[in-house]
Design a protein. Structure first.
Length: 350
């Protein structure tokens, strides 16, 4: 503990480590910034039908705090319990900065900080600083109008107590500032997610001119927001040389399987489930397709581009930014987050 005496303490909170960009980014933040900051990672539980990325924790030798009541699903009792659990961790760890990721963790994590600062009279310069990262948002395509309006107002209130909000794409920041008015342009900073792309950049590419079959791949949870129904209908118009591999799992799996049968596509559409070995997935892919109705900055596109695979995607959220800029900047996003931490610490010590 003596070696960490002068390090800035960061408590990082994410709702769940399900397969996807937010989990990967949060784990890499914890690993690569460990030398500069004393960090504790708090995580919740994956939802039914989701696969965990705990294997990455083992890879990077990270031991997080698991909170049994922290889940993606709404529950007044469990959410209140989570707020007090995080509050107790804050009391024990005494972080300089609390950094939350994803909507649920952002709500309960920031509420815990507000409670701590209030009870310990730390609303001055030396209070705990709060950073929240929007990896996307739930303001479109997830809930009905009334629920969406409630969530928007909750985010606006929480933003008042947040020192810095990070958006993972320019498009996402534009929506947060101009469409949903979550916070001012000055408070929201764009920081592209940082990933370790070395293994993807090393994937060998080969000519597909002589191939008899074109392999089209999509990767994502099998939930309505990912638009798989539209993709399957579109694939039905593609010539018989193409095959579609759907990587992922979720509540729509049986419905999508039934749909492929009704369209006579059972022999051309493969449901692969979750895949840990994404290198093999990309190596066997000719075209990656993403049909999402709402996205932040999906890691699957970043990885596919690093593998030199062509991508076709809907122009929503940060998808356009991913395709135009390529995002081949490996760990730079991690170091930009580091600069945000240092900024918050300078403000706190002035």
């Amino acid at each position: 503990m003596e070696a960490n005496a002068n390090k800035i303490k960061v408590l990082r909170v994410i709702a769940r480590l399900n397969i996807g960009g937010p989990a990967i980014h949060t784990i890499l933040l914890t690993h690569y910034l460990n030398e500069d900051f004393e960090t504790r990672l708090v995580v919740g539980n994956v939802s039914e039908g989701e696969e965990s990325m705990d294997y990455m924790l083992e890879k990077y030798n990270i031991k997080p705090y698991y909170l049994k009541d922290l889940k993606r699903e709404l529950s007044i009792t469990e959410d209140i319990n989570t707020v007090f659990s995080i509050y107790n961790i804050i009391r024990e760890f005494k972080p300089d900065i609390v950094h939350t990721h994803t909507a649920k963790a952002g709500a309960v994590g920031r509420s815990a900080v507000i409670l701590y600062n209030l009870l310990h009279a730390k609303f001055g310069k030396h209070r705990i600083r709060v950073i929240h990262t929007f990896h996307g948002h739930v303001f479109k395509g997830y809930f009905n109008k009334i629920a969406t309006a409630v969530f928007i107002w909750i985010e606006r209130i929480l933003a008042i107590f947040t020192d810095r909000i990070i958006a993972v794409s320019d498009a996402l920041k534009y929506e947060l500032v101009n469409i949903y008015r979550i916070a001012s342009d000055k408070k929201i900073k764009v920081v592209y997610n940082g990933y370790d792309l070395n293994t993807f950049l090393a994937v060998e590419t080969s000519s597909h001119a002589q191939k008899k079959t074109i392999n089209i791949t999509t990767v994502g949870r099998l939930v309505p927001i990912k638009g798989h129904k539209f993709l399957i209908k579109a694939f039905n118009l593609v010539n018989s040389r193409a095959q579609l591999t759907i990587v992922g799992d979720g509540v729509l799996k049986e419905e999508l399987i039934k749909m492929t049968k009704e369209l006579g596509l059972s022999d051309r559409v493969r449901f692969m489930g979750y895949a840990k070995d994404m290198i093999s997935v990309y190596r066997n892919t000719d075209i990656l397709v993403l049909s999402s109705l709402n996205e932040g900055a999906p890691v699957v596109i970043i990885e596919a581009l690093a593998c030199a695979k062509p991508v076709v995607a809907t122009d929503v959220g940060g998808l356009g930014t991913c395709l135009v800029k390529g995002y081949l900047r490996s760990l730079m996003g991690l170091f930009f987050v580091k600069e945000v931490y240092l900024y918050c610490q300078r403000v706190s010590s002035q």
